[in-house]
Design a protein around this ligand. Structure first.
Ligand code: SME
Length: 174
């Protein structure tokens, strides 16, 4: 059984370093993509404060398709190519983390949960291709800053290093 050690919240950089160590422990001994993605979304949702949704969308053809997540039921399919939609579509299309302080000001934002006010979406890049995104939502405006971005990108890096990436049906452009 996974036992989380209490994480300090006073220093955010230390918090993310400790969370990353806990992730390594959690994923050790298992390389299955869905199992590890499910556990990463649960780790984030339960230990990163002030969230209402955390989970994955995975590339399937030209779209992102809902993957393992924690939170309320969400939109299933988000177009990426040829025209990206929402914050997730932008992150996958640009292959770049999107840090959105106020989702209501982001053109084309897809409101899956009306509680969401800010959002961070990190692309999953493997073998030079985008294979999906990790999407994290908060009810608090400007919830995520550069330290959150760095910490969450490191979690994604650890997850991808410790997980076998399945051959996903991706378009030539991805
Ligand atoms: N808000 C996202 C859609 C996914 S949900 O937040 C879970 C977007 O604009 O891409």
């Amino acid at each position: 059984m996974f036992q989380a050690t209490p994480l300090p919240t006073s220093d955010k950089a230390t918090f993310y370093r400790d969370l990353d160590k806990q992730l390594s422990g959690l994923l050790a001994g298992e390389r299955d993509f869905i199992a590890n993605a499910a556990n990463l979304s649960a780790l984030i949702f339960n230990f990163v404060p002030d969230l209402n949704w955390a989970g994955f969308y995975l590339m399937h053809g030209n779209d992102l398709l809902l993957g393992p997540f924690q939170g309320k039921p969400a939109c299933v399919r988000i177009p990426v190519f040829p025209q990206p939609r929402g914050v997730c579509g932008a992150a996958a299309f640009q292959r770049k983390t999107q840090l959105v302080p106020n989702v209501h000001e982001f053109p084309g934002h897809i409101a899956c949960d009306s509680a969401s006010n800010s959002e961070i979406v990190v692309p999953l890049l493997a073998n030079g291709r985008v294979i999906g995104v990790l999407d994290i939502d908060s009810p608090t405006l400007s919830r995520f800053d550069a330290i959150d971005q760095q910490g969450i990108e490191q979690l994604v890096h650890t997850f991808l290093a410790m997980t076998d990436v399945p051959a996903m049906p991706v378009p030539a452009a991805a």
